[in-house]
Ligand binder design. Structure first.
Ligand code: NAP
Length: 242
């Protein structure tokens, strides 16, 4: 089978490696945002498709028989495009995405849809741990009546204003680390995306234990597709013997 995987995640790489091992003709597509990405087994294409028509044309011309959307949960535009392009080209689509975190009973979460809404919801003088990455950072930094600790893997291309500090670090984080950080920094609000998975989940437990308010930016909606949450389920859902 000729399979196109929309990638950019560890999940996409794991799936590509398994499908190549099983003898399938796999191409992973990367947006090209990272200069030195970890590469999966199989073929690779880099760069945008040119919206829904571009992806639909690629599916037809390359003779793709199965499409897997294994992009990051917040790469919402690509996922929307995948639904429409798969339908237009008549190619079965499987969405492979790690499950969202569920709000535990008793946890103090405010769920919002955008970074701008999250920024607007912060009270004056909030001490904020911001873990939402580079996208939407500007909306938060406009709030100069709050203090921000901005935890990112790579520094943004601009200097932080006076009311913000960078914390450069890379997951995974343990519960002990997160409890220590929130306490040491006197954090009152944690702003996060609902990335799911185990690597960064400890901050939510730490926030609940310490009474830190969580502002959760919800996942975008992508449209209908068969959705799975593990490599094995993705392989089964692809119906490669059909
Ligand atoms: P996005 O906002 O959904 O996509 C913007 C545009 O970039 C898409 O419309 C598409 O352009 C192109 N694109 C996105 N993913 C692509 C892919 N795998 N192959 C080819 N073109 C792609 O996505 P994003 O948030 O910029 O993320 C870009 C990539 O980084 C994704 O592959 C994602 O898995 C990865 N990533 C994102 C995040 C995050 O937090 N957003 C985190 C980790 C990894 P056209 O419409 O012109 O085809």
């Amino acid at each position: 089978m000729k399979i196109l995987i929309l990638g950019g995640t560890a999940e996409a790489r794991q799936l590509a490696n398994r499908l190549v091992e099983a003898g399938h003709d796999v191409i992973t597509s990367l947006a090209g945002r990272t200069s030195d990405p970890i590469l999966p087994a199989g073929g690779l294409r880099m760069g945008k498709f040119g919206g829904i028509p571009g992806l639909a044309a690629y599916l037809r011309i390359a003779g793709i028989e199965r499409l897997v959307d294994a992009t990051h949960p917040y790469a919402g535009q690509m996922s929307v495009n995948a639904v429409a392009a798969a339908q237009s080209a008549g190619v079965p689509l499987v969405r492979y995405m790690r499950p969202a975190w569920e709000q535990p009973v008793g946890a103090d979460w405010l769920i919002v849809n955008t970074a701008a809404e999250a920024a607007a919801s912060l009270p004056a003088n909030a001490e904020v741990l911001l873990t939402t990455g580079h996208t939407g950072l500007g909306a938060f930094l406009e709030r100069d009546d709050c203090q921000f600790l901005v935890r990112v893997i790579e520094a943004p291309a601009f200097d932080m204003p006076r009311h913000a500090r960078l914390l450069l670090s890379r997951p995974p984080y343990s519960l002990i680390d997160e409890l220590g950080l929130l306490e040491r920094e006197g954090i009152t609000h944690l702003v996060t995306k609902n990335s799911g998975g185990g690597q960064t989940a400890a901050k939510l437990e730490a926030a609940q234990r310490l009474g830190v308010k969580v502002i959760m930016i919800a996942r975008p909606s992508y449209g209908p597709a068969r959705e799975v949450a593990s490599v094995d389920d993705a392989i089964a859902a692809l119906e490669l013997d059909a």
